[in-house]
Design a protein around this ligand. Structure first.
Ligand SMILES: [Zn+2]
Length: 270
């Protein structure tokens, strides 16, 4: 599944091709993805200029004067800017044709992605209750410490709660907790401020690094410029059950936390 770094990589790859371009037309090859595609996408977008392409959590927003198209890549979605005569493949569900003759094409085999509409001046309900962006200044150790008081959930579950902070999926939670030396089973409300400061720094460092490297965590993820990411072989704990800690050499531990596979080192993470 595309995680925050892949979505940010997609945004950065698309930006020079989309920003300032006018949308000529909209082709919907099916009426729905995960949810029905609202009529505004077809009625409002044509003729509009794309003022900006933004990311919020794992959503992408194409801002126009009429409103914003809200996109999510789901489990398997991808966005490419292609020459207008590029043959349509299976699962190419949506085209936004651009004034320069190219198309922004949305392909999504599993259709867990979405294309929705956000009117000007409103925040879509999917975005309303989201926590801060992990790379923004208002996400730090003080914030995590304050939000975690009185919480008995595990720190890993807490860190993956999108109302606390967005975009820290299973992979990045596991790696950040390893880097910060915190046992993922520890009760969120009992972790000290100093350790939350280390954790916030680790989240920023790992996500920032993944973005610089172009994603990825996904074997079949390919960035819009066609380059596969190489983050996977650098993972220290995620997906390494049955192996030994790269730091201390002891056997890694494994448990399901909140039904998510979790691997950690009982020696390096306390
Ligand atoms: Zn270790």
């Amino acid at each position: 599944m595309p995680e925050l770094p892949e979505v940010e990589t997609t945004r950065r790859g698309l930006e020079p091709h989309l920003q300032g371009r006018r949308i000529h037309g909209v082709i919907l090859r099916r009426p729905d993805l995960r949810w029905p595609i609202p009529a505004e996408v077809e009625t409002q977008l044509p003729g509009q200029r794309i003022a900006a392409i933004r990311r919020r959590a794992k959503y992408l927003l194409l801002d126009t004067a009429a409103g914003s198209a809200l996109l999510h890549l789901g489990m398997s979605g991808s966005l490419r800017v292609l020459p207008g005569d590029t043959p349509v493949r299976t699962h190419d569900h949506v085209d936004l044709s651009l004034e320069d003759g190219r198309v922004l094409r949305f392909n999504d085999p599993r259709r867990f992605g979405c294309l929705l509409w956000q009117p000007v001046g409103e925040t879509h309900e999917l975005l309303r209750d989201l926590g801060p962006e992990p790379l923004d200044g208002d996400f730090d150790g003080d914030y995590l410490f304050a939000r975690s008081r009185g919480r008995s959930a595990s720190i890993k579950t807490f860190l993956m709660d999108q109302r606390i902070v967005v975009g820290v999926g299973n992979i990045y939670a596991a790696e950040s907790l390893f880097m910060a030396g915190i046992n993922p089973l520890r009760e969120a409300g009992k972790v000290s401020l100093a350790r939350y400061q280390r954790l916030a720094d680790a989240v920023k460092q790992i996500l920032g690094y993944a973005i610089v490297r172009g994603g990825t965590t996904l074997r079949d993820f390919i960035s819009p410029d066609g380059a596969p990411g190489y983050f996977e072989q650098e993972l220290l704990v995620y997906g390494r059950e049955g192996q030994t800690c790269k730091q201390c050499g002891r056997d890694l531990r494994y448990a399901a936390i909140g039904q998510r596979a979790t691997v950690w080192c009982g020696h390096c993470q306390r």
